[in-house]
Design a protein around this ligand. Structure first.
Ligand SMILES: *[C@@H]1O[C@H](CO)[C@@H](O)[C@H](O)[C@H]1NC(C)=O
Ligand SMILES: *[C@@H]1O[C@H](CO)[C@@H](O)[C@H](O)[C@H]1NC(C)=O
Ligand SMILES: *[C@@H]1O[C@H](CO)[C@@H](O)[C@H](O)[C@H]1NC(C)=O
Ligand SMILES: *[C@@H]1O[C@H](CO)[C@@H](O)[C@H](O)[C@H]1NC(C)=O
Length: 283
C-alpha cells in the first residue's frame, strides 16, 4: 500500500464520524407497533383516538451525543405532544427531554426541555422556534458529558445544564439512558395550558423521525459497572475532549441570542411556583 493510500485511509477514518444508525438495528417499538411505520430510515408515528405510540433504543448509553431529524405534526396539532428523550429506568431515573407541544393551526409549536436527576424533574424550559417545524425536518440533539448537557436545535444550543455538583446539585452520570420517541395525547396540559383540547376529527396526527445519529458510550452487552467505568474515563471519547468542556465562542453567542429571543418559560424564574428556588438556579 502506498503511503498516500494509508494517509487517505487514516484521514477518512478520522473524518468519518460513522454515527448514522439504521433504525431497525437500534430501535424497536415500545408501544402500539400498529401505529408505527418504518420505511427506509424514516419512522412515522401516528396518534388517533385509540392510541398514540412510541419507540425505544435496544441499548443504553452513558455520555455522548444523540440526534434525530424530526418533522412535527402539520396543521392542527393542539393537545398532542411529540417527545424525543433519553431516560434510564426505575424510580430514581435520569431523563433528558425534548417535548414538542402542539398547537391549533397557524399557532406556533413550543419546545419544552426538562432534566430529571435521580427521579426529580421540575426543570422545564420552553422555547419558541425560529422556523416552522412542521414544514421540514430539523435536527434535535442531546450532547452529554461530565461538564454539561446541551440541547441543540439545528446545532444551535438552546439549553445548557451545567454540572454543579460542587454546589451540591445532583448531575446525571451514573445511569445509562435509552433513547426514545413518542407521540401521544396530552390535552390536559400541553396546549395553552390545557385550555385547547385535541380535535379528533383532525386525526390521525402524524410525525416523522429520520437520520438518527448516535455517538455515545454504549453500555450494551457488558457488565454495567465495567461498562460504566469505561464510559466514565475522561478524555477517551470525543465528548470528553478538553475542547468540549464548554461552549465554543460562536455557539455561546448563538445560545445567548436564543435565550434572549426565544425563551418563553424558565423554571429558574418561576418564583410563584417554588417557595425555595432549586439550587442550580442560585449559582
Ligand atoms: C436496516 O437493517 C435491516 C436489517 O438489520 C435491513 O433489512 C434494512 O434494509 C436496513 N435499512 C437501511 C435503510 O439500511
Ligand atoms: C437518589 O435519591 C434517593 C432517594 O430517592 C437517595 O436515597 C439517594 O441518595 C439519591 N442518590 C444520589 C446519587 O443522590
Ligand atoms: C399556542 O399558541 C398560542 C397563541 O399564539 C400561544 O400563546 C401558545 O404559547 C402556543 N403554544 C402552546 C403550546 O400553547
Ligand atoms: C374540530 O374540527 C372540525 C373539522 O375541522 C370543526 O368543524 C370543529 O369545529 C372542530 N371542533 C372544535 C371543538 O374546534
Amino acid at each position: 500500500m502506498s503511503s498516500f493510500v494509508i494517509v487517505f485511509l487514516i484521514l477518512s477514518m478520522l473524518l468519518n464520524t460513522g454515527v448514522g444508525v439504521n433504525f431497525t438495528d437500534v430501535f424497536e417499538s415500545s408501544w402500539a407497533p400498529d401505529h408505527i411505520a418504518v420505511v427506509g430510515d424514516q419512522v412515522t408515528l401516528s396518534l388517533d383516538s385509540a392510541s398514540g405510540c412510541g419507540f425505544e433504543s435496544k441499548f443504553k448509553y452513558l455520555f455522548g451525543k444523540a440526534s434525530a431529524q424530526i418533522k412535527l405534526v402539520k396543521g392542527d396539532s393542539a393537545g398532542t405532544v411529540i417527545a424525543f428523550y433519553m431516560s434510564s429506568e426505575g424510580a430514581n431515573h435520569d431523563e433528558l427531554d425534548f417535548e414538542f407541544l402542539g398547537n391549533v393551526s397557524g399557532e406556533p409549536y413550543l419546545v419544552q426541555t426538562n432534566v430529571y436527576v435521580n427521579g426529580t424533574g421540575d426543570r422545564e424550559q420552553r422555547h419558541g422556534l425560529w422556523f416552522d417545524p412542521t414544514v421540514d425536518f430539523h435536527t434535535y440533539s442531546f450532547f452529554w458529558n461530565h461538564h454539561s448537557i446541551i440541547f441543540s436545535v439545528d446545532d444551535i444550543p438552546i439549553r445548557v445544564f451545567k454540572n454543579k455538583e460542587k454546589k451540591g446539585v445532583p448531575y446525571p452520570k451514573n445511569q445509562g439512558m435509552g433513547i426514545y420517541g413518542s407521540l401521544w395525547n396530552a390535552d390536559d396540559w400541553a396546549t395553552q395550558g390545557g385550555r385547547v383540547k385535541t380535535n379528533w376529527s383532525h386525526s390521525p396526527f402524524v410525525t416523522t423521525f429520520r437520520s438518527f445519529e448516535i455517538d455515545a458510550c454504549d453500555l450494551s452487552g457488558e457488565d454495567t459497572i465495567a461498562a460504566g467505568a469505561k464510559c466514565g474515563k475522561l478524555a477517551q471519547f470525543l465528548w470528553d475532549k478538553p475542547a468540549k468542556k464548554r461552549l465554543e465562542k460562536s455557539k455561546k453567542r448563538q445560545f445567548k441570542m436564543v435565550q434572549n429571543k426565544y425563551l418563553v418559560y424558565d423554571y429558574c424564574k418561576d418564583t410563584a411556583r417554588f417557595t425555595q428556588m432549586p439550587k442550580e438556579c442560585l449559582y
